[in-house]
Design a protein around this ligand. Structure first.
Ligand SMILES: *Cc1c(COP(=O)(O)O)cnc(C)c1O
Length: 461
């Protein structure tokens, strides 16, 4: 039987949640055009739309806010953040920015331009967008194990290093602007990358003199997976494992809204404090974000991030976090409910195509399941499938996603074990009724790009 670990925190401030009926929710989702992003958050009972910026800050973080120095230049908050980042990552230069995509926007143009490629174990969607905005193109080489949702392998997020080297030699090393290692691999379902795979990837980058950047949003969850699953690392601390990863790269871009447990923030790190492109980073930051000692954040936000970086690496916290995800997965296994397994670090990716084989990709099984879960218990997840992927930009035709997922991304320190149990029971109710759903949804309006955030839908009768 699945076992859970109790929360390593207690509650000081509470936020009431509105309790609604099924009739109420049926009306609310209809008014929202059957789009989870158009729902009001107050109509949601358990919100797993994203784990990004939805974290609960600690008493230490809230008190750190009061120390915030709001000076335009040279704020004490900036120096506290730099000291924490230096201690954790050991790099020579850091640039705070307002979130992860800002880090990408500020850093990438130093390495990418028209005619160049970036290669990743898989790109997060904004990372892909910023590679393309810099004029370059994306190539991906993810461990093929990630495509098989039923295969329980320890490091499904790994880079396929053979394919990486093959692509580099095919395209010419001089045309590869950077390699990006995403830890954990978000698009593969929050699956971890092993230290050995990081070493192998770094060795290839060194051999061909290619810049290696870590996309570090979930670096701490990845380190905990490594500690639990990679035998040579079992006696290392989270900080030692983190150092081992970051020592192998040249730079990192980080969304602090994930493992640094803040509501807003991001960070760029550069190992070599004399790297010539630091000038470009500062210049871009001043143009797009703000002066380089605040990077578009309030002084108090820099302090919350400095504290959150350490809290996010706390081993008791991480053990609980991953145990919760494992428990969630094991309970779904007991009910025979299909998901990307083993469970990732930050979310459960339900395999909606296996819930609803009767519903074709262009009627959006992942969206159907999101809507059924909302109606059942007020849970908000979202489609990671054909509805999200959208249309081919050249032909305008609906693309078919490899997987049709409904993602439940778990906010940090927000919900309790009882919420998870309630959600698991509700998923099972929806699973038992899966054959009663005959048709999916059609789009009634959509914007030209990133349509899933705004489009409206209606059920096909
Ligand atoms: C969230 C995320 C980003 C982008 O960060 P934002 O803070 O949302 O701008 C980049 N890469 C990965 C892997 C992420 O999860």
């Amino acid at each position: 039987m699945a076992v859970f670990l109790a929360e390593p925190y207690k509650i000081k401030v509470v936020e009431p949640i509105k309790v609604t009926t099924r009739e109420y929710r049926e009306q609310a989702i209809k008014e929202a055009g059957y789009n989870m992003f158009r729902l009001k958050s107050e109509d949601v009972y358990v919100d797993t739309l994203t784990d990004s910026g939805t974290n609960a800050m600690s008493a230490e973080q809230w008190s750190a806010l009061m120390h915030g120095d709001e000076a335009y230049a040279g704020a004490a908050s900036y120096y506290r953040l730099i000291a924490a980042a230096k201690d954790i990552f050991g790099y020579g230069f850091f640039q705070p920015v307002h979130q992860g995509r800002a880090a990408e926007k500020v850093l990438f143009p130093s390495f990418l331009e028209k005619g160049k490629y970036a290669i990743a174990n898989l790109f997060f969607d904004t990372t892909r967008a910023h590679v393309e905005l810099a004029g370059a193109r994306c190539l991906e080489c993810c461990n093929p194990e990630a495509a098989d949702t039923q295969l329980k392998a320890p490091f499904k997020g790994n880079m396929d290093v053979e394919k990486l080297e093959k692509i580099i030699t095919e395209k010419g090393p001089e045309n590869i602007g950077m390699v990006v290692m995403t830890i954990t691999n978000n698009s593969a379902g929050g699956q971890p990358v092993s230290l050995q795979n990081m070493r192998d990837t770094a060795a290839i980058c060194q051999k061909y003199h290619i810049h290696l950047n870590i996309d570090a949003a979930r670096f701490a969850e990845n380190a905990m997976f490594v500690k639990l699953r990679e035998p040579e690392c079992k006696d290392m601390s989270i900080k030692e494992i983190t150092r081992a990863f970051f020592d192998l790269a040249d730079t990192f871009t980080m969304s602090a809204k994930k493992d640094a447990i803040v509501n807003m923030g991001g960070l760029i790190g550069v190992k070599d404090e004399e790297a010539p492109y630091i000038l470009k980073i500062k210049a871009n930051c001043i143009s797009f974000e703000g002066f380089y000692t605040y990077g578009g954040l309030n002084g108090r936000d820099l302090d919350a991030m400095a504290v959150g970086l350490y809290e996010g690496m706390d081993e008791n916290w991480l053990r609980y976090r991953l145990a919760t995800m494992e428990y969630f997965g094991e309970r779904l296994d007991e009910y025979g409910i299909p998901y990307q397994s083993p469970a990732g670090g930050h979310g459960i990716f339900l395999d909606a195509a296996k819930f609803y084989p009767q519903i074709p990709y262009n009627e959006f099984p992942g969206q159907v399941l999101s809507i059924e879960l909302y109606k059942e218990c007020g849970l908000r997840g979202c489609d990671i499938g054909s509805f999200m992927i959208g249309n081919d930009p050249d032909t305008g035709k609906q693309l078919k996603s490899i997987n049709e997922f409904t993602r439940l991304a778990i906010p940090r320190r927000v919900y309790t074990q009882t919420h998870y149990d309630m959600v698991i029971e509700a998923i099972n109710e929806v699973w038992k009724k899966r054959e009663t759903i005959k048709r999916g949804y059609r789009i009634t309006w959509e914007p030209p790009i990133l349509r899933h955030f705004q489009a409206t839908l209606e059920p096909i009768e």
